[in-house]
Design a protein around this ligand. Structure first.
Ligand SMILES: *[C@@H]1O[C@H](CO)[C@@H](O)[C@H](O)[C@H]1NC(C)=O
Ligand SMILES: *[C@@H]1O[C@H](CO)[C@@H](O)[C@H](O)[C@H]1NC(C)=O
Ligand SMILES: *[C@@H]1O[C@H](CO)[C@@H](O)[C@H](O)[C@H]1NC(C)=O
Ligand SMILES: *[C@@H]1O[C@H](CO)[C@@H](O)[C@H](O)[C@H]1NC(C)=O
Ligand SMILES: CC(=O)N[C@H]1CO[C@H](CO)[C@@H](O)[C@@H]1O
Length: 174
C-alpha cells in the first residue's frame, strides 16, 4: 500500500518537473508563495480583477499588476482596486521588489516592518488607505528608496529619525 503511494507520488513528481508551465511556476517559489500570502490577507470581492486574474493556471509574472525580471517580482502595482484587508508581512520575502504601489485602496492594519528587507525598493506608495500605526523605522534599511508616499492614512507619530539615512530619497509625503 505504502509502496503504491510512493510510486504514485513519484509519478506525480516526474509529471510536475517535466511540465514546462508548472516548472516555471516552481522556480522562485518564494516570490510565488509571498504573493499568495499577500493575496490571502486581502479581502477581495468576487468581481475584483485579482479574484479572476490571479489564477494558478497562469504564471504569476503574467498576473495583473505584477512585474518580473528573470522570474523575480520587481513591481507590484495595484492602485485603485478597492483592495480590502491587511498587507502581509510576507511582502518582505519579495526581495527584488523595486516598486510597490498599493495606493487608493481600503487596506487596514499596520504597515509591516518587514519592508526593511526590501533592499532594491525605490518606490513605495500607499497613499489613501486606512493603515494605522507608525511608519516603520526599518524602512531606513531600504537604502535605494527614492519616493515614499504615506499620505492620507491614519499613521501616528512623527517621521522616524532613521529615515534621514535614506540619502536617495527625493520625495516624501506623510
Ligand atoms: C491578467 O492580466 C494581465 C494584464 O492585464 C493580462 O495580460 C492577462 O492576460 C490576464 N490573465 C487572465 C488569465 O485574465
Ligand atoms: C521569508 O518568509 C519566511 C516565512 O514567513 C520567513 O521566515 C523569512 O525570514 C522570510 N525571508 C525574508 C528574506 O524575508
Ligand atoms: C501615489 O499614488 C497616487 C495615486 O494613486 C498618485 O497621485 C501619487 O502621485 C503617487 N505618489 C508618488 C510619490 O508617486
Ligand atoms: C525591524 O525592527 C525590529 C525592531 O528593531 C527588528 O526586530 C526587526 O528585525 C527589523 N526587521 C527588519 C526587516 O529590519
Ligand atoms: C530566490 C531564488 O530562487 N532566486 C532566483 C530566481 O531566479 C533567478 C533567475 O532565474 C535567479 O537568478 C535567482 O537566484
Amino acid at each position: 500500500m505504502l509502496k503504491t503511494q510512493k510510486f504514485v507520488a513519484s509519478i506525480c513528481f516526474l509529471f510536475f518537473i517535466s511540465s514546462p508551465s508548472l516548472a516555471a511556476v516552481e522556480t522562485n517559489i518564494s516570490d510565488y508563495e509571498a504573493l499568495m500570502a499577500f493575496k490571502s490577507d486581502l479581502v477581495l470581492e468576487s468581481d475584483n480583477i485579482l479574484s479572476t486574474n490571479w489564477s494558478s493556471t497562469t504564471h504569476f509574472c503574467s498576473w495583473f499588476g505584477v512585474r518580473c525580471l528573470n522570474e523575480r517580482i520587481t513591481g507590484l502595482q495595484l492602485p485603485g482596486l478597492a483592495l480590502q484587508g491587511t498587507v502581509s508581512s510576507n511582502i518582505g520575502n519579495m526581495t527584488q521588489l523595486v516598486a510597490l504601489d498599493l495606493s487608493h485602496n481600503k487596506l487596514e492594519g499596520v504597515f509591516p516592518s518587514e519592508l526593511g528587507f526590501l533592499q532594491q525598493l525605490r518606490i513605495l506608495n500607499i497613499t489613501r488607505n486606512s493603515l494605522h500605526g507608525s511608519i516603520p523605522a526599518n524602512l531606513s534599511k531600504c537604502q535605494k528608496l527614492e519616493q515614499l508616499d504615506f499620505s492620507y492614512n491614519f499613521i501616528a507619530g512623527s517621521i522616524p529619525e532613521e529615515l534621514g539615512l535614506l540619502t536617495n530619497l527625493k520625495y516624501l509625503s506623510t
